[in-house]
Design a protein around this ligand. Structure first.
Ligand code: SAM
Length: 288
């Protein structure tokens, strides 16, 4: 008996419905990214080869990814080992947070606060993960010198590999340690950070988060365990008129603004993400 022929479009339709039925947020996109990855092509090429039959070996490799995505809820970024952030293709594993689109709001804010493209500014990214923020700023400000730190040596290895691939390793330095410990005695024009800020055990967390490192996600009973010392200590490493830009959970806008004021920072501002949720707090160190 002849086997049924499965084409690209058949597999996309079937998988999209399957993922939607499981409550996956972006079923069509996930199906496209996984199939393109299996076929070693780009997403757009799928549309050019809609009616192309998919071989048995390719289907079997694709099925494995579909099971891990649908059953175990492994994030697509980890299944394909990549995620694009600020148009930079970044390597991603389970040892590091997958960069989120919301964090592009932080990068936008940082660039607004560093308006001179050719300035030789010094920038610190605390908790760099894949290097997303540090590398985006280094790409956009070609004379900036960036230090990127993380408490996780595994994350730093991935960040350094990303810097190598993007040929930004001559201007981005990676240091291991907590908060400002690795940069004691140094001064920066801007400190950026997307620290862990989720409350452990909070309800409604996406099942995909189980595949990301806890140290990248959770910050104590109120989500401020890292933000609190970060804001309190930032003046030590900021130049006069230096800026702080931090990502927050939308529920933390008032609390983090108050932390900035208590730390003596001025001109505290809140920026919203594309979904209009408060997402970034920015503030300045007043002149001495
Ligand atoms: C939410 S992730 C952000 C990763 C990356 N910056 C991004 O935006 O995609 C937080 C990062 O902070 C790191 N981290 C957690 N606690 C830290 C601490 N006390 N000092 C430095 N880094 C820390 C984690 O290892 C993780 O890589």
């Amino acid at each position: 008996m002849s086997e049924q022929t499965w084409t690209v479009v058949d597999l996309l339709r079937w998988t999209t419905e399957h993922f939607a039925g499981l409550g996956i947020e972006s079923p069509r996109l996930d199906a496209e990214v996984l199939l393109a990855n299996t076929l070693g092509t780009g997403r757009l090429e799928l549309y050019l080869h809609y009616d192309k039959p998919v071989t048995r070996a390719e289907r079997s490799a694709f099925r494995e990814l579909v099971v891990r995505r649908g059953g175990d809820r492994v994030p697509v970024s980890q299944l394909v080992g990549r995620r694009e952030f600020w148009s930079l293709p970044l390597r991603v594993t389970g040892e590091v947070l997958t960069p989120r689109p919301e964090t592009e709001t932080l990068v936008e804010t940082a660039l607004e606060l560093l308006p001179d493209v050719d300035a030789e500014v010094r920038v610190l990214d605390v908790g760099t993960g894949t290097g997303a923020i540090a590398l985006a700023i280094a790409r956009e400000r070609p004379k900036a010198r960036v230090v990127a730190t993380d408490i996780s040596p595994a994350a730093l290895q991935i960040a350094a590999a990303n810097a190598d691939e993007l040929q930004l390793n001559d201007r981005v330095r990676f240091l291991a340690g907590s908060l400002f410990e690795p940069v004691a005695g140094e001064r920066f024009d801007l400190v950026a950070s997307n620290p862990p800020y989720l409350v452990r055990g909070s309800v409604g967390l996406a099942p995909e988060l189980a595949h990301e490192p806890e140290v990248a996600l959770f910050a104590g009973d109120d989500g401020l365990e890292v933000l609190r010392p970060l804001v309190a200590g930032v003046s030590e490493v900021l130049e006069d008129r230096g800026k702080l830009v931090v990502e927050i959970d939308p529920s933390q806008a008032d609390a983090v603004s108050a932390l900035c004021e208590s730390a003596g920072l001025v001109d505290v501002q809140i920026r919203r993400d594309l979904a209009q949720r408060p997402r970034v707090v920015a503030a300045w160190k007043a002149e001495a």
